[in-house]
Structure formats: structure tokens, C-alpha cells
Ligand binder design. Structure first.
Ligand code: PLP
Length: 361
């Protein structure tokens, strides 16, 4: 029996991912840790990791032990790096699999030291230079270094910090990176290679750290720039698509969708098979949102429902049920939708639900 195609799907262009990685490498001039947490920003964890595994990256950045385990089970060889503090219950698994954690507290240092008694654990030290989400404050770093020095179970192989406002506040970010570079220069590098990292996508695109030899881009790899003026050099990896199910000729004054948005003229209204149940945000309703059909931008009518949306195709001469519609992709950047939805591209990408079939090109 034939299986029906999905109502909504996401095309994932893995060659675009590799293009963006090349851009990241060129920008950094150094090494790159590909951040693939949260299902690789909605692009599919295993598939994305597989595409990156042969690229010679030192690390793949994940959020927790569960994501690292999925990489191991998929046969991925690149070392998972756990971004952020670990829970005590995760640490034995992290240690035994030789995933790289970042040490955010004296408790973590003590615990990993214990777990690394038989075989020392490679770990990075997390510095909090402004993010407030874990890591040692500048004045706590000497104490952390003393603790690590007396921990034979830990091999310090790097340090990292994180930028909270690299896409919002240039003055703070410049000061923050200068502070980081000053501290980084004082950390003993007893192991080689020793990784020094602070930059996310925005940091990599607009700033320079004198000490860093590794960048940690996420968004940029998926072809979305945190800065609209830098979008051109990147290729969006995901295109979110659906189809027209039916086209209705509705008279002026008729209501459309929940809440009955009233039509101000006779309208050709196409129904599309995607809604907030697919992760297409309901907050895009009544915001001047557009959808691309046969090369023409068509306005969204009324509210986004769970499984369907309605768009105005009155001006479209060529269009019929079955035609493809693009919600976002190369010619309709997800960042513009995020702005309309009062959100950010990171959130829109990661909230595309499993009902949306990922198709790899
Ligand atoms: C998510 C994350 C990144 C990647 O951020 P982008 O803005 O997507 O490039 C880098 N570092 C850390 C610690 C993160 O949590």
C-alpha cells in the first residue's frame, strides 16, 4: 500500500550546512565546535551530526547527557561537549563515555575528580564573564584552579565563557571579551590541545578574541545570521513547506478562522496544511505575515489554527490545490517571521514539532 505524503515537511539541505560551516571556519580562522543541541536547532540531531562527523571538528556541542548518548548510539565519532552545568546523576555516564563537560562549580570538580580516579577526565573550566548561567566568576577562578590542580582525576583541556549580548550590546561585549582574554592568558595550559572559547554565532561574526582558538556557532551553521545585514553570506538549511488543500471563493464580509476575521473584499482563500501544532507560531496571526506560493508572497488571513492556516491568493493567477507553499526558507528568512511573532529565530527553528517530517537533501 502506498503511504501518503505529509501535510507539512521541512527540507534540510545538508550541503548548505557544510557551506555555512566553511563560512564559520573562515570567520574564526581557527577551530569550530558545531553546536547541535535541541535536535540540531530542529534540523535533526543524528542526521546533522552525521553530516558534520567527517569534517574534523574537535567537538559537537550538546545540552545534556541524553543528546550525547544519542550521538554515541548513532556511531558519531566526534566528541560531544556538554554545554552548561551537569546534574550529579549525569556525571558517571559523561565520565565513562569520555564526553567533555565544562566545570561550573567546586562540586562538579570534586565529583568528576572522584569519577576520574581510574582514568582522568578531560574537562573545560567554565568562566562567568557576564552570562550568569553557570561558571566561576573572575574572583573565584584562582580557587577553582587550586581545586583542579589537586584533582588528579581531572585533566583541564580548555576554558570557555559565553556572550549574553553579542547581538545587542557592542560596548559590553567588547569589554567582556577583553576581560575574558585577560583571564584566559593566566590559565595554565598543561595539556595540548588546549581549547579557549567564548564566541557564539554573533561573537564569531562581529568580534575578535585574542586568546580564543575555538568558536561555538549554532544558528550560523543553520544558515541564519543573528545580524540581518550579514545574512547574504549564509545559506538557510531548513525550508518549511506545506500544500494547498482547498481554495475557497469567499464573499466580502465573510469570517475567516477562529475569531472570525471579516473579509473586506471578495477573496480567493487557500487553506494550507500547517498550524501551530506543527510549530508555525499562532502569534503570527494578524501581523502581516506572508507565505510564499508559486513565487508570490500571499498574506495570511485570520488566526493560525492547530493544523491549518488560510492565505489570500486572490492576486495569484496560477494556483490550485496540491501546490506547494513555503512558510520560511531561502527567500523568506525565518528571522523575519520571528520578528513578527515577537520571538527569535532560535525559538522558531527549535519549536518545529516532530509531526513535520524532515526530508534530507
Ligand atoms: C547555544 C549555545 C551556543 C550557540 O549559540 P548561537 O547563538 O546559536 O550561535 C554557544 N555556546 C553556548 C554555551 C550555547 O549554549
Amino acid at each position: 500500500m502506498t503511504e501518503s505524503p505529509p501535510r507539512a515537511w521541512a527540507e534540510i539541505d545538508l550541503s548548505a550546512l557544510l557551506h555555512n560551516l566553511a563560512v564559520a571556519r573562515k570567520l574564526s580562522g581557527k577551530e569550530v565546535m558545531a553546536v547541535i543541541k535541541a535536535e540540531a536547532y530542529g534540523h535533526g540531531l543524528e542526521e546533522t551530526a552525521r553530516a558534520l562527523d567527517s569534517c574534523g571538528l574537535p567537538f559537537l556541542g550538546v545540552a545534556n547527557a541524553g543528546e550525547a548518548r544519542r550521538l554515541a548510539r548513532a556511531g558519531i565519532k566526534t566528541t560531544p561537549y556538554i554545554l552548561g552545568a551537569t546534574l550529579p546523576a549525569e556525571r558517571a555516564e559523561i565520565a565513562s563515555n569520555e564526553w567533555t563537560p565544562c566545570l561550573c562549580s567546586l562540586d562538579e570538580i570534586a565529583h568528576f575528580n572522584q569519577l576520574g580516579r581510574a582514568k582522568p577526565i578531560s574537562a573545560h573550566l567554565a568562566l562567568d564573564t557576564g552570562m550568569g548561567r553557570g561558571g566561576f566568576l573572575p574572583d573565584q577562578i584562582p580557587e577553582a584552579l587550586v581545586a583542579i590542580k589537586s584533582s588528579p582525576g581531572i585533566k583541564l583541556t580548555g576554558i570557555g565563557s559565553h556572550l549574553p549580548v553579542a547581538d545587542e550590546d557592542e560596548t559590553f561585549t567588547r569589554q567582556q571579551i577583553a576581560l575574558y582574554d585577560k583571564i584566559a592568558a593566566t590559565i595554565p595550559q598543561d595539556h595540548s590541545p588546549f581549547y579557549i572559547h567564548i564566541s557564539n554565532s554573533a561573537g564569531l561574526m562581529k568580534y575578535h578574541s585574542t586568546t580564543s582558538n575555538l568558536a561555538r556557532p549554532g544558528l550560523l551553521l543553520y544558515g541564519i545570521s543573528p545580524f540581518p545585514d550579514e545574512q547574504k553570506q549564509l545559506k538557510p538549511v531548513m525550508s518549511l513547506k506545506t500544500r494547498i488543500s482547498v481554495i475557497n471563493e469567499l464573499p466580502k464580509g465573510h469570517g475567516v478562522s477562529y475569531g472570525r476575521t471579516l473579509l473586506t473584499r471578495d477573496t480567493k482563500a487557500a487553506v494550507l496544511g500547517i498550524g501551530y501544532g506543527d510549530g508555525y507560531p499562532r502569534s503570527l496571526s494578524e501581523k502581516g505575515t506572508k507565505v510564499l506560493i508559486n513565487g508570490t508572497l500571499c498574506p495570511l488571513l485570520g488566526r493560525v489554527t492547530m493544523d491549518q492556516i488560510i492565505v489570500d491568493v486572490t492576486k495569484l493567477s496560477e494556483c490550485q490545490p496540491g501546490d506547494e507553499a513555503i512558510l520560511f526558507g531561502t527567500d523568506l528568512i525565518v528571522s523575519d517571521l520571528a520578528l513578527k511573532a515577537g520571538s527569535i529565530p532560535w525559538e522558531l527553528l527549535t519549536q518545529i514539532t516532530p509531526r513535520v517530517e524532515r526530508r534530507y537533501l
